[in-house]
Structure formats: C-alpha cells, structure tokens
Design a binder for this molecule. Structure first.
Ligand code: G1P
Length: 300
C-alpha cells in the first residue's frame, strides 16, 4: 500500500445516537448539546478536529438533532442583542462556534449502527482518507491524539485507530485490538479486532477509543459488512476485514493514547470531566477549587 500523499482535511462526527443514558435530560435535547462547563460537549470535539487541521466537518445526525445545526450556525438576533449591550466577550464566545469549521450535515435515517453512520458519509468524503471522531469521547485538548494519528496514517497508509489500555474488566465496553509492536513506542500494528468481547475472549486489553483515521476503502467494506454485535453494522468489523487483508485498504495501525480522556456518554465520567475542566479554567478555577477543597475536606 502506498502511503497517502494528500493532506487529510475531512472529519466525520457520528451524532445520531439517542443518549438514553442521560434521560430525561436528553428527551428533547441532543446528548451532544449537554454542557461540559459552559460549552456543549460536541463543540470540544469539533475544536479537536480543527486543531488537527480538519476544517471540513460532516455530522451524521438524525431526528431531534436540529440544535446541533443551530449551535454551529450564526444567531443574528443574539449577536445583535449582545452588540447593543456592548458585551464583546460573550459576543466572541457566541461567534466562536459558528466560525470554527465548514459544517455539513447528513441524516442517518435508520439507526443501524456506527458502521452504517460512517457509510452515510461516503458521498461527502469521496476517495480521500478521513477522520472519524465519536462525540462521547472527549480528549483533553492538552493531550493531542488526532494529529499523531494523521501523522501515522501519512507514514504507513491504510487506517489508524486510537487505542487505550483499560482494566480487563472494562474491555466488554469497547472494540478490542490484538496488536504487535512497531519501531515507534506509541504505535502498534493491529492484527485482529473484535467488538465488545467478553473479558474471557478478549485478545488484549487494548480498547478502541473514539478516534479513527480511515482509508476510503472502508466504505466498500462497510457496504458488505453484515450486522454484528447488537444487530448493528459495526465499524470494528469492517476494520477487522481491512486488518486481515492488506490488499483491500492497507494495514491498520493503532496509536496508543496515554493522555486524559473522558467518556461524556457515561454519567460518572461526564461529571469528572466537568469538575476537572472547571478546576483548570483560569476564570472559574480558583474559586471552584477552593469550594471543592472545602466540600471534600469539611462536608463529605
Ligand atoms: C463505539 C465502538 C467501539 C469503541 C467505542 C469507543 O462503541 O463501536 O468499538 O470502542 O465506540 O467509545 P459505543 O460506545 O458507541 O457503543
């Protein structure tokens, strides 16, 4: 496989999920819009794509996801009201999300799984490698992952997944990869993949976290991938096909991430993300940390 020479520029963000773990908050509000401190979770993900040089973002949405489109669009009425009040700093905050990236939207229609969501991106992506970012995974902006994955894809061609070592008791929540080492400490070659295995059957404790850089050959494979775990078309299964036959779309590598990641689709981790990011904010941090310290030492 010839390593890719074209700069990757497109990011795909599947965002059609129902967010049942956060009901009733997500009854009428998309889970992606839940705030992490004062920004919706999805904005962190778009910012991450943009920081890695991907300014063309396609969101794969579904019913009841209109607020996502509105969030990344202009809101002239609100902007005008803030302008009249001379509230420049809030005006800038409001404009930030609409100026971030070139946004595109496609609807998934039937919710047939992550692999199906990615397949919906095929007409937009065309024949270039592209990135996929899952909205539930929040990668701390100080621990860049995607740019390292893009670098790895440019070097080796094929596809690249993000991996993290997890407690074996947790592996059933993730796609799991069997790997072998490469010359680079943080890069492995993926030899086998299985979606959400039982701990006893897992080939390793390397979990796929929600970042992928994919060869466009994945579309052809996905269109032929039968429903797998949970009756859904699984991206992991398509990647397994790619890892097993390099003539189709090149090898699959993994970048092993050791930074900070929060699963904002999990209520406990969502709260941890908010507390940690709030503590570290220059504006909110000092007061919040003092309160938190008092709360933990005196009131718990
Ligand atoms: C999806 C993927 C899984 C991956 C996970 C990362 O699962 O299917 O392979 O490990 O994202 O967050 P989900 O969490 O959407 O069920």
């Amino acid at each position: 496989m010839t390593p890719s020479r074209t700069r990757i520029s497109k990011a795909v963000i599947p965002a059609a999920g129902l967010g049942t773990r956060f009901l009733p908050a997500t009854k009428a509000t998309p889970k992606e819009m839940l705030p992490v401190v004062d920004k919706p979770a999805i904005q962190y993900v778009v910012e991450e794509a943009v920081s890695a040089g991907l300014s063309d973002v396609l969101m794969v949405t579904g019913r009841n996801k209109r607020p996502l489109e509105d969030h990344f669009d202009r809101n002239y009425e609100l902007e005008e009201a803030l302008r009249r009040k001379k509230d420049e700093s809030r005006l800038a905050r409001v404009q930030e999300s609409s100026d971030l990236a070139t946004m595109h939207y496609v609807r998934q229609g039937d919710p047939r799984g992550l692999g199906h969501a990615v397949l919906c991106a095929a007409p937009h992506v065309g024949d270039q490698p592209f990135a996929v970012l899952l909205g539930d995974d929040l990668i701390d902006p100080r621990d860049p992952l995607l740019s390292r994955m893009i670098q790895t894809q440019e070097l080796h061609g094929g596809s690249v997944v993000a991996l993290m070592e997890v407690d074996p008791a947790q592996i059933h929540l993730y796609g799991c990869a069997a790997v072998k080492g490469t010359d680079a400490d943080d890069v492995v070659r993926v030899t086998d993949l299985v979606e959400k295995p039982d701990a006893a059957d897992a080939p390793s404790n390397y979990a796929i976290i929600g970042r992928y850089v994919l060869d466009p050959a994945v579309f052809e494979v996905l269109s032929k991938t039968e429903p797998g775990r949970g009756g859904e078309i699984q991206l992991t299964d398509a990647l397994q096909t790619l890892a097993g036959d390099e003539t189709v779309g090149g090898p699959v590598h993994g970048v092993v991430f050791q930074g900070r990641r929060y699963d904002t689709g999990d209520r406990g981790d969502y709260l941890r993300a908010i507390v940690r990011l709030a503590c570290e904010r220059e504006d909110l941090g000092p007061d919040f940390r003092a309160w938190l310290h008092h709360y933990v030492t005196e009131e718990m």
